[in-house]
Design a protein around this ligand. Structure first.
Ligand SMILES: Cc1cc2nc3c(=O)[nH]c(=O)nc-3n(C[C@H](O)[C@H](O)[C@H](O)COP(=O)(O)OP(=O)(O)OC[C@H]3O[C@@H](n4cnc5c(N)ncnc54)[C@H](O)[C@@H]3O)c2cc1C
Length: 297
């Protein structure tokens, strides 16, 4: 059954609400970036509080008792550790930040465990955590001439006889410039189409992102999105001025989500971990690797 073991109640509630007559959905003016900027401002305005960007955590340090007591952060120009050959550790010029109370991580549970190679228990807990699949994505900038009557959101279930989360079976589209034209130059729309957490990582695993094999596979797998978009805007390919295609490898690299995952795949009834998800004293996990887990696509 498609809804079995999923967050069926939450999904039904959200969909019901979205399609009530006169219902509204809030979009931040300025896009998602405006939300991140507001969070940074909210932290920096407090004395002795700061936000350091573009410096990844290389490892979480454990004291002699096994308690997390700080992190090593990389120099600004360094290559992300997971893209290097050797495992996590600390580079010569890494900076140590001592924790006053605790280390808090919202990197996903698998990424956090890689920062703790000396804790086999944490590594095992991450290994035991089920994940959900990944995504194909298309971000487009298109000529909006004459597109005066389009809706912002569109959902496609391609085959109703198989589960909603079967490979590439659910495609969602949003055109946020319908609501906030300031997100694109005058006369243009931005279009976002994606498979909703139903694309497996396996087909892409280990491919070199610069290889012809990868580019060919990306081209093939993105067709499902174009086919749906053509149902909304038949001549969308001709209108396209900017095109960005994403695969599970894109999300792994740029969003730093392990295997490009939507997030942990605990099912209702499994029990969700709390902030001590990895069982390391002094280390608190937050975000979707803890209760209540991922959201609704
Ligand atoms: C492509 C995609 C589409 C999604 N769509 C939806 C959706 O429609 N609806 C929904 O509810 N959810 C969606 N999700 C899931 C949602 O994005 C996550 O549940 C949410 O972002 C989790 O927030 P978080 O803060 O826990 O983790 P994240 O957003 O993953 O934030 C963790 C941060 O830690 C950083 N990080 C990782 N390792 C390190 C390190 N070593 N040093 C420093 N920083 C590090 C990462 O760069 C990242 O910024 C989607 C996920 C993906 C990948």
């Amino acid at each position: 059954q498609p809804a079995e073991g999923t967050l069926g109640a939450a999904t039904a509630y959200t969909m019901g609400d979205l399609f009530k007559p006169g219902s509204l959905i809030d979009y931040p003016i300025g896009g998602a970036e405006a939300v991140a900027d507001a969070l940074v401002r909210g932290i920096r305005k407090h004395p002795n509080c700061g936000v350091t960007l573009r410096r990844r955590v290389e490892s979480i340090h454990l004291d002699d008792t096994g308690r997390a007591d700080g992190v090593y952060i990389s120099p600004k120009t360094s290559v992300p550790r997971e893209l290097e050959k050797e495992g996590p550790g600390k580079s010569e010029d890494a900076l140590f930040l001592k924790a006053t109370k605790a280390v808090v991580s919202n990197a996903d549970i698998w990424a956090t465990s890689k920062l703790l190679p000396s804790s086999p228990q944490a590594v095992q807990k991450a290994k035991d955590t089920p994940d959900t699949p990944s995504f194909m994505h298309l971000h487009l900038g298109i000529d909006a001439t004459g597109l005066t009557d389009i809706d912002i959101h569109h959902s496609f279930i391609l085959d109703m006889d198989v589960p909603v989360d079967a490979e590439d079976n659910c495609v969602l589209v949003s055109i946020p410039t319908v609501l906030d034209p300031s997100l694109a130059p005058e006369g243009k729309h931005v279009v976002h189409a994606y498979t909703a957490g139903c694309t497996s990582y396996e087909a892409f695993k280990g491919l070199d992102r610069n290889s012809d094999e990868y580019k060919k596979l990306r081209e093939e797998r993105v067709q499902v999105l174009w086919n749906c978009l053509e149902q909304i805007i038949p001549d969308i390919r001709k209108r396209t001025e900017i095109k960005m295609e994403g695969t599970p490898l894109t999300h792994e690299r740029f969003n730093r989500r392990t295997r490009g995952t939507y997030g942990p795949g605990w099912l209702p009834g499994d029990g969700f971990p709390g902030p001590d998800a990895l069982g390391v004293p002094g280390l608190l996990q937050c975000g979707d690797s803890t209760f209540p887990g991922i959201g609704v696509p």
